[in-house]
Write a protein that binds this ligand. Structure first.
Ligand code: P6P
Length: 335
């Protein structure tokens, strides 16, 4: 019987054999994984746990918060604040940063997260997930401030997500490819189930919310229209479409079998570059996709090169199979 490799053992080996991750980063990732297990328990209870429905409050994005949004946020804060590995945290559910209280030691890492992505799916029992990104606090004295988080995605030292679906699965990169861990509920631990995940360079599957079609810019309209023309059109092949409305679930599918995911700018709110957030959605997902051989752009530039100007800024996202993303980028260059 092949030996099961736990997340702990995988991270120890990444630390010891590859020298890739310092012990404090290994501790951080194990704490985040433990928090995701707790969130998974709460999600799985559903109506039985009284955790469904609205919390009757709004987050900084002006979105109605679900009870589980708040629970997941609190679980991540409480799990990470005392360990001494973090200086501060930032969350989709909090306006400002959360500096580790003085009663705890401060570490060198900054943790950003969307505690529960895909909230609109919570009450209808469709996969949702936690997305996280890890940066290093810039050198220099003084307390940590929001501006310390404003680093390009290329500066991430770890990124991942945990998807709460038929299985609870943690997908992670520390810069040496993408590994997937499935929660063994009997043992209560994440077990390595796939290493070196790869996104095929080509695909016949695209993911976008088609109801916004009339609002898209010309390059996106052109790309989707050509896909819809199928084998009789310029692409010479038929395409399939998926849209789960949980970025974590759509990205997991793409990491597993390829595809292209688009949440582009659209004319509904023309002053916004897109719906998704750069720091704790596009950057971690973009790095995972690149680490698996795919590409991630906003149509004009690589997601991971975008210099952020504010913590909750939004971005247009096109990511997945490299050749498809490059085709869409080319269409943007041709206008
Ligand atoms: P729409 C979930 O709210 C989310 O932030 C992403 O997870 C998802 O891809 C997108 O929004 C869905 O947006 O407009 O299709 O509901």
């Amino acid at each position: 019987m092949t030996q099961k490799i736990s997340l702990t053992r995988y991270l120890v080996e990444q630390q010891r054999i590859d020298g890739l991750i310092p012990s404090q980063l290994r501790l951080l990732l194990e704490v985040v994984a433990r928090a995701c297990k707790s969130i998974s328990q709460a999600v799985n209870k559903g109506a039985l746990g009284g955790v469904l429905g609205s919390a009757e409050s709004e987050n900084v994005q002006g979105e109605i918060q679900k009870k589980l949004d708040i629970i997941a946020n609190e679980v991540l804060i409480e799990a990470n604040e005392w360990g001494g590995h973090l200086a501060a945290m930032a969350s989709e559910e909090m306006d400002g940063i959360y500096v580790v209280p003085n009663r705890y030691p401060q570490g060198e890492y900054l943790l950003l997260f969307d505690p529960l992505d895909g909230s609109s799916n919570i009450d209808v029992n469709v996969s949702i997930g936690t997305i996280f990104s890890v940066l290093t606090k810039p050198e220099g004295g003084g307390g940590v401030e929001a501006k310390d988080f404003l680093q390009t995605g290329s500066k991430q030292v770890a990124a991942g997500y945990c998807i709460y679906g038929p299985q609870t699965t943690l997908v992670l990169t520390v810069g040496d490819g993408v590994a997937m861990f499935t929660l063994d509920r009997e043992q209560g631990s994440f077990v390595l189930t796939q290493e070196k995940m790869r996104v095929p360079a080509d695909t016949q599957e695209f993911a976008i919310n088609m109801s916004n079609m009339r609002h898209w810019a010309a390059p996106v309209k052109r790309y989707v229209d050509e896909c819809l023309q199928g084998k009789d059109g310029p692409r010479g092949k038929d395409f399939n479409m998926r849209w789960i409305a949980s970025m974590v679930a759509d990205v997991h599918r793409i990491l597993t079998r390829g595809g292209v995911f688009m949440y582009p700018w659209d004319a509904r709110e023309p002053h916004k570059p897109g719906k998704l957030r750069l720091m704790y959605e596009a950057n971690p997902m973009g790095w995972l996709i690149e680490q698996a051989g795919g590409a991630a752009s906003n149509g004009q530039q690589r997601i991971l090169d975008i210099v952020p100007s504010q913590l909750h800024e939004r971005v247009s996202v096109i990511l997945g199979s490299k050749n498809e993303v490059e085709r869409i980028n080319n269409y943007h260059r041709q206008i």
